[in-house]
Each structure stands twice: as structure tokens, then as C-alpha cells.
Design a protein around this ligand. Sequence first.
Ligand code: ATP
Ligand code: MG
Ligand code: MG
Ligand code: MG
Length: 563
Amino acid sequence: MRVSQFFVSTLKEAPAEAELISHKLMLRAGLIKRLGSGLYTWMPLGLRVLRKIENIIREEMNNSGAMEVLMPAIQPAELWQETGRWDVFGLQMLKIKDRHKHDFCFGPTHEEIITDIVRKEIKSYRQLPLNFYQIQTKFRDEIRPRFGVMRAREFVMKDAYSFHTNEDSLMQTYQLMYETYSRIFTRLGLQFRAVSADTGAIGGSGSHEFHVLADSGEDAIAFCPDSDYAANIELASSPTPPQSPSIPDGNMQKIATPGKRTCAEVAEFLKIPLNKTLKTLAVKTNDRIFLLLLRGDHQLNELKVRKIPFLSEFQLANEEDILDETGTVPGFIGPVGLNTCVIADQAVMNMSNFVCGANEEGFHLMHVNFDRDLKLPEYIFDIRNVVTGDASPDGKGTLEICRGIEVGHIFQLRTKYSKIMKATFLDESGCTQHMEMGCYGIGVSRIVAAAIEQNHDEHGIIFPAAIAPFQLAIIPIGLQKNPQVRDIVEKLYQQFLDARIEVLLDDRDERPGVMFADMELIGIPHRIVIGERGLKQSIIEYQGRKDHSPQAIFIDEIFPFIS
Ligand code: ATP
Ligand code: MG
Ligand code: MG
Ligand code: MG
């Protein structure tokens, strides 16, 4: 492809509304254009990336035995009314009426549609198991669309739905999907982690999320490097089984007179030096271990706190009572909130009303009612036995916490939809049974942003080779003026095209600095520079996108070197 015939429109500065680096770079590189809140056009360069991701997903899904379908984006209300989700899905669902005043929605997900097909088509156990998938546009009216395609309203999802005669068969496919997802994200060149997760509005029993690891991720995930334990904090902070959000008093001792601990005492409990940087802290009470995950680097003898970023994600009535912008409200080490992990043995509790705090006088776990004025401290729990941050939820090894971007989510739906929608089959003995179901989502368009979050530098995007819009950039210097440059450039360009190497020839005859900057911003993995000076010595300059400096390659060697 020649830049003169391709649409490349780069920007020096990102529009002010872009906060995340991936959003900034996608706009600057001209991969996407904003139409409205959470609505983006994929420009030619961006679409090439999106299609590459789709194709890798498609190949791996096909290899797993799943079959591609394409369902309508617009769905009649009746099916959603049948499962009750028309009312419970909430404001995320965009409802529309046609000219006959019939209700429809723009599908946020497709369980109802595929279950309707399968209940009409499948009669016998002989026809199962089946796994259908599609790569399709979804609409979710997100309360806060942001970060570009990361949290858009209209986005591309790969969603798959499997149907089974029994739980064993479901578990086999679930495992196969887990492995398929691992292969997909590995091929995409991403650092990722699978974690156990909550099933949310989709429902069902077990589920795993796949997270691309990035500090900017909206989710916090806890994992143990020494064991298999890994969980989304949403799960780690939600009750299983459901419990009341407040901790029953019996589990922790409520002290009438606040029992304060000095920093020195806490250090003593922790058996760590006073100025130790705290990240996690396990607190043992009567019969439970609570793991308090403290964000930021908080030193035990230094009780001033910088802003704790995730708190801004909360919609708290009295947020400013807890931390101001600079986090100068003295005394708080870190809140134990939705994004913070508090783990009691294997059972996990919702700690959104708890704040872990400290001031000159001590270290406290407090119950806070965010609807009322913050009364300090309403409850202070006796931290009688504090153990260092080495306990994990499964009792093995240490627990680490990092941020992630949810790019995939797999669910064991079991019979949630098949029972309510009467998706049945006849088993070997002729009895009617409900199908077991699984569903498996990947945020295809979100992956583009996630990949950039993980792969960029001060010059721009560094696309993993598997998803780069082009593999090679040719930058000629003096293309119009120098016939020798033109000859070599045209010859090599054709040679690369013939070899099916995706090459982008920058034939704009711009200043070299402009061409270098654009190709770096766009994130093309390899580039060669062909100019008069080098050609005098039969040399072409090669530089990989991650290389610090170029290397000289003889003209004759450049083709084998690249291909
Ligand atoms: P999130 O927690 O980020 O809101 P979700 O759990 O609601 O995502 P799922 O219902 O699990 O999303 O959908 C499957 C996948 O679709 C997600 O793992 C995510 O990668 C992607 N996805 C969901 N919502 C969006 C969105 N608003 N924009 C882009 N991708 C999204
Ligand atoms: Mg969501
Ligand atoms: Mg989620
Ligand atoms: Mg999810």
C-alpha cells in the first residue's frame, strides 16, 4: 500500500477528552474517529487491526469446533420478556420501537436469540453438543462511556454459546474455550491472566475472566504467583453465598472504646520495620483472616496519603469527606472498598462500607455509612493479631494485586436459559431434559485499546506483529529527486508485495522527520529507510519499532533479512 493512496491522518496532539494513553494514541494515529459518546468509526488503518484480531479469534474458534453464525443486532422484546431480562437488564439496554410500535432492543448480548434457535432446531441428544459463535456489533448504553473503544456504547464482541446434554459435556467445552482463549490472547501477543469472576447480569454458576494486564485497567485482580488462585476483585469483594453487606459483629470484635494502635504497635504486630511500605496486610480476627489490600506505597510511619485513584471511581455521597483530590485528609492508609480486596478464608465479603485507616494514633478498620456524614470511627475492630501480607485466599503463597482490562469472559450458564425458555432434548431413554449451556465472550474492539495500553512508548504505538496494520514501512528519502532511490524503492516494494508482506510505502515525499514520526506513531513493527547516502555504499537502514538505533543492511540482504 502506498501512503499517497491510503488514508493516513495523524495528529500531533490528542484531543483533550482522551485520558488513557491508548485512547490518545488511537486518535492521534487516526485509527478511529469519534461520532458521539461511545460511538466510533473505524478508519482504514484501525479496521486493519480490528480485522486481524477478528481473524485470529475466528481461526481459533473454528479450530475448537465452534461454528460461526451471524445473528441480528436488533432483537424483538418478546424473547427478553420470556426470560424476564427485558426488565432486569436495566438502562444498559437500548430499547427501540418500530413503525408498528413493536418493542425491540439493540442486542447487548444474545443468549435469548440463540436459545430460541436451538430449542426449535434441536430435538435429540444425538445433535448435541453444539457451539455457535458470532463476531458482531453490540450496543450497551454504558453509564459512563469512556476511554474510546475501551468502554464504548457500540462495540464489537465475539460471543459464543454452547449447548450440551449434561454438565460433563458443558465442562469439557468450557475447558476447551478456556484453552482456546489462552491461545487467542497468546497469539495476539498480549500479557494476560485468567481469573475467576462474578457472573453478573449474564448469570449462571462458574465463570472466568481474561484480563490484559495494564496499570490503567478498570478492574483490580488478585492472584497468587505460587498457586492457581486468581480472582477479579469484583468477585473477591462480593459475597459468596450472598451475605449482608455489613460484617456480623460477632465475627470481629466491636470495641466500645476505640482501641487505637500506634504505628509502632502495628509495626510490632506486623513484625516489620516501622517504615515498611505497605501493599497488603492480612488481619486475623476471631475466626477469619481479612486481607486488606492497600493501594499505593504507604509507609507505616508516614500517614500522609496521595490520592488513591480508584476511589474516584466510586459514586460516594461524601467522597470528599474521605479523601480530597490530593488525599491530604490525614490518616487514611487506603479504603477497603469495591475495588479493594477483603478476603475471609474462602468466603468473600462485600466490604464496600469499610475503610481501613490510620492516623498518628493508630490503625483502624472502620465501618462507614457513606450516606451519612463520616463519623470517625463508628466501629473500630480489634486488630488483635495481624499477620504479614503473606496469607492467600487458598492458604498458599503470597497474594499479589494488579490492574487488568477485561477482554474475555466465559460462563457456565447451566440451565438458566434452557429452563426458562424450555430448550429441551430427548435423552437416550426418550426422556425430556433441559440442555446445559455455556457462553463465551471476547471484547474484540476493546482488545485494540488493551493491546496499545500494554505496548507503546513516547513515540507511539508498538503493535504486536500479529495485529499490526502493516508489517513493514518503507521510507524513501528523496524519492522524487533521485531516480536511483526511486528504482530501488519500487523494486523492493514490489518484491515485498509479491512475498505477501504487508508493506506501507511512504511515498509522500514529506520531510524525513515527519515520515519517521508517523510510522512510529502508527506502530509498524519494521521500517527501512532508503536514501542516496546509504545507496552510495549499497546500504539500507533498518530499524525495528522497539530498537533504539538503526542498523545498516546491504541492499542485497534486505529482502531475506525482512522476510
Ligand atoms: P465490563 O465489566 O468491562 O463492563 P462486562 O463484564 O459487562 O464488561 P461481558 O458481558 O462479560 O462484559 O461481555 C464480554 C466482553 O465484552 C467483555 O469481557 C469485554 O471485553 C467486552 N465489553 C463489554 N462491555 C464493553 C464495552 N462497553 N466496550 C467495549 N467492550 C466491552
Ligand atoms: Mg459491563
Ligand atoms: Mg465485567
Ligand atoms: Mg464480563
